[in-house]
Write a protein that binds this ligand. Structure first.
Ligand code: GAR
Length: 220
């Protein structure tokens, strides 16, 4: 039997890279029909680069500080992505805004994970903002990247409760655990060709229907 063709991923990360690690792990366990062809970080000190090295994955740092213009940085990133033939660009804690140069090079092929239930709390420090706002639920969102900040069509979300004694760290940890589940799942849906985008709606072919609802604090 000929082996299944694997989806060629490129992963962009600025920080510790725990989401990257969850994707590496699932690729290694052959739970994803995907392979990571390149990891790029804009931050030379990113733990993500170290994780890629440890896993023997092609990795480069393209330091945004070395470019005068956002578009020039994006052009360098796009060139690296094209060179490896990336089919899906996965932003995993990549703390840079994407310009049109980048978006047009990979139309509907760039996805992001955000640690909040979009459209609530786009932007930065969103776990702290959810606590301060008094939200009873938070979570994470995998979405397509468009020209706005965390505004693209939503692919999948996971919900977690916010507890009365939460701080940003405890809530972030609870959300991160779900990020590590839904991001690999979303990638697998792409690999299986099940993600259909119709305007703002994203449909996952043959996905089940969620039957339960959540109430926080719980009713008696
Ligand atoms: C994750 O919580 C991710 O959702 C968030 O950064 C963290 C990266 O963690 N991304 C954003 O806030 C994007 N706006 P990681 O480096 O351990 O994967």
């Amino acid at each position: 039997m000929t082996p299944k063709k694997k989806l060629r991923l490129a992963i962009l990360a600025s920080g510790s890279g725990s989401n990257l690690q969850s994707i590496i792990d699932q690729c290694q366990q052959e739970r994803l029909d995907a392979e990571i062809s390149l990891v790029i970080s804009n931050n030379p000190a990113a733990g993500a680069l170290e994780r890629a090295k440890q896993a023997g994955i092609n990795n480069i740092c393209i330091n945004h500080r070395k470019f005068d213009m956002r578009e020039e940085f994006d052009q360098a990133v796009v060139a690296a992505l094209k060179e490896v033939g990336a089919e899906l660009v996965v932003l995993a804690g990549f703390m840079r805004i994407i310009s049109d140069v980048f978006l047009q090079a990979f139309p509907q092929k760039i996805i992001n994970i955000h640690p909040a239930l979009l459209p609530s709390f786009p932007g930065l420090q969103v776990q702290q903002k959810a606590i301060e706002y008094g939200a009873k639920f938070s979570g994470c969102t995998v979405h397509f990247v468009d020209g706005g900040v965390d505004t693209g069509p939503i692919i999948v979300q996971a919900v977690v409760p916010v507890f009365a004694d939460d701080c940003a760290d405890t809530l972030s940890a609870r959300i991160l655990e779900q990020e590590h589940k839904i991001y690999p799942q979303a990638i697998q849906w792409f690999a299986e060709g099940r993600v259909k985008i119709e305007g703002r709606q994203v449909k996952i072919e043959n996905s089940g229907t969620l039957k339960s609802t959540l109430i926080n604090p719980p009713t008696r």
